[in-house]
Design a protein around this ligand. Structure first.
Ligand SMILES: [Zn+2]
Ligand SMILES: [Zn+2]
Length: 287
């Protein structure tokens, strides 16, 4: 079989899980994606929202040891809530490396220790049985076997990464929390230019589109984008596949389906394949 890079969405919701019947089509779990390189045995995961739990459940019937790298954009709840519920963390034979950008002066291990301190959860990080290693990392590129990762700082309320995963021949940017500013200050324009250079020509861009323009105008500085800005600012950049994500928990399936049809009919010029990320959806990139 020909080799592929596959992206699987395990959670596409922002802010909080929403297990309501009107959200089940797009899914109620918070942010988590898995990137599968058919040439590699190693797991590659970005963000640990509640979707991360389902991913872990699917992995427990593996007989061999699991090896994986987990990249967390930032430690907001919706990106970490699944972390303690990932069953492979409780098996001694497995090994995971967790990467997080520095939060002021606090590193990855301290952040996770705080998240799992026994005031909030009965299991602390030191009680996980797998071989765990937590690494704080800066935007500079790190090379792993078969791929590299670097990031650009997002515009968000705390230090947050927009990860760029580069495989031989395929590039994916994952930016679930990023505010594309609405104002035209010098700083904002400079930021937009940098962002556009960062995503230019990528094969897949997965980006925050939690709001519409009206909501965004009322929520400037909250750290999220509106779909209108995303569509405008990614036009003509040669992006192969664009997936809008971090859907608002109050956005129903009816609303999101309508939005998807609308952007597909109105914005096809200047864009490649556009759509909304859906829980369970897979994107396959032939190599
Ligand atoms: Zn978020
Ligand atoms: Zn956030």
């Amino acid at each position: 079989m020909a080799d592929t890079i596959k992206i699987k969405f395990w959670g596409v919701r922002g802010s909080t899980p929403c297990a309501n019947s009107e959200n089940m089509e797009f899914g109620g779990n918070t942010t988590c994606i898995q990137i599968i390189d058919s040439r590699s045995e190693e797991l590659l995961i970005a963000d640990c929202g509640t979707g991360f739990r389902n991913l872990g459940n699917q992995l427990t019937d593996h007989e061999h040891d699991l090896r994986g790298r987990i990249f967390i954009t930032h430690p907001h709840w919706d990106h970490l809530q699944g972390f303690p519920f990932f069953k492979p963390f409780y098996e001694e034979k497995n090994m995971f490396r967790v990467y997080l950008p520095p939060q002021e002066n606090v590193g990855c291990k301290e952040i996770l220790q705080g998240h799992m301190s026994n005031t909030f959860f009965p299991v602390t990080i030191d009680m996980l049985n797998a071989d765990m290693d937590c690494e704080t990392f800066l935007p500079e590129k790190i090379n792993f076997e078969g791929y590299s990762v670097n990031y650009m700082w997002a515009k968000h309320t705390i230090p947050t990464a927009m990860f760029k995963f580069k495989f031989e021949g395929k590039t994916i940017v994952f930016a679930p929390d990023n505010e594309l500013p609405l104002d035209d200050s010098e700083e904002s324009l400079k930021y937009i230019k940098e962002f556009q250079e960062f995503v230019r020509g990528v094969d897949v861009l997965i980006h925050d589109a939690q709001f519409n323009r009206k909501q965004h105008l009322q929520r400037q500085g909250w750290g999220h984008s509106c779909w209108e800005s995303l569509m405008e600012l990614t036009k003509d950049l040669g992006i192969g596949i664009l997936r809008l994500t971090h859907h608002d928990p109050d956005s129903t399936d009816a609303h999101l389906s309508e939005l998807e049809s609308f952007i597909q009919s109105e914005f096809s010029a200047g864009h490649g394949d556009i759509g909304l990320a859906k829980e369970g959806q897979e994107i396959t990139l032939p190599l």
